[in-house]
Design a binder for this molecule. Structure first.
Ligand code: G
Ligand code: G
Ligand code: MN
Ligand code: NA
Length: 253
């Protein structure tokens, strides 16, 4: 079969699995959410990273079914954690094409209903470029998702070309600062200045900032001093399977 057909088969056989990476509130050290990161458990090639199949999914129109599968698995997991007393949300990545899909809002709504979850249990991550591909239609979808009550975050912030002045017109409440800047703040004055001023500007615009790529304690300490809302990275926890998340959260907190 075609690449798209192969991927569709993998989805229907349940070969897509999610790993989850904790997102830690800087001021309290509490895990407030986990980001869902898809992998393909391929019967011959092993665990494949999303960079190897998300572009194919986007090109072949399989991103719709893929995202529905990811939403379903992520919300099932978060419903389970909440039933066990872990009050966390899950962040799911959306592709550019998902925002142009007329069904996206009803897909999100019905996935929340299916798992008996409030919209506040879900965050959706979009990239700057995905909102730019067809700004009118993307904005329409984002407005409807915002009205549902889902938290919206701009992922990989700082790597694109749009300004905060543009982004603050989108109904997003959160910026995820790309690890390209965050990784360097303890060594490099320019990265430090960029991250500090972005946090400051975001605060004035009413946006919270999540720093990605936090790999060590000095970086975490500087983010605390800068008033960053939350942090994520290998220094806190690597992405891992759902079953291990309660133990990882207990260990970090
Ligand atoms: O987990 P990893 O570092 O391999 O992820 C690589 C890229 O794949 C990241 O940019 C991430 O945002 C993206 N990604 C991970 N999971 C998903 C998903 O479920 N849907 C989409 N569209 N992108 C994802
Ligand atoms: O583009 P997005 O932010 O969704 O990418 C998330 C990806 O970043 C995940 O696949 C994850 O494996 C990777 N990642 C998470 N934390 C770190 C980190 O501290 N360092 C590096 N190099 N990659 C990270
Ligand atoms: Mn992401
Ligand atoms: Na990122």
């Amino acid at each position: 079969p075609s690449l798209g057909g192969t991927l569709l088969g993998a989805i229907s056989r349940g070969e897509l699995v999610l790993h989850y990476q904790p997102i830690v509130e800087v001021s309290t050290g509490r895990v407030v959410a986990v980001e869902a990161l898809v992998r393909w458990q391929h019967p011959e090639h092993g665990l494949l990273t999303p960079n190897l199949f998300i572009p194919t999914a986007e090109r072949t129109g399989v991103i719709g079914p893929l995202t529905r599968d990811v939403l379903d698995q992520a919300l099932r997991a978060v419903a389970g954690w909440r039933a066990d007393g872990l009050d966390i949300a899950v962040a799911v990545n959306l592709a550019a094409q998902n925002l142009l899909d007329p069904e996206i809002v009803s897909d999100v709504r019905s996935a929340l209903e299916r798992h008996g979850l409030p919209a506040s249990a879900l965050e959706l991550e979009i990239t700057e470029s995905s909102a730019m591909s067809d700004p009118e239609r993307a904005l329409e979808a984002l407005d409807a998702l915002e009205r549902l009550g889902v938290e919206l975050a701009v992922d990989d912030y700082g790597t694109g070309h749009s300004s905060l002045a543009y982004l603050h017109r989108l109904p997003v409440g959160r910026l995820k600062l790309d690890r390209a800047f965050v990784g360097g703040i303890a060594q490099d004055r320019a990265s430090e200045a960029i991250v500090r001023s972005t946090i400051e500007l975001a605060r004035h615009l009413g946006l919270s900032v999540v720093a990605e790529g936090v790999e060590d304690d000095p970086t975490f300490a500087m983010l605390a001093e800068m008033g960053c809302y939350a942090a994520q990275g290998f220094g806190l926890a690597r992405p891992g399977p759902a079953a291990g998340i309660p133990a990882v959260i207990a260990e970090i907190t």
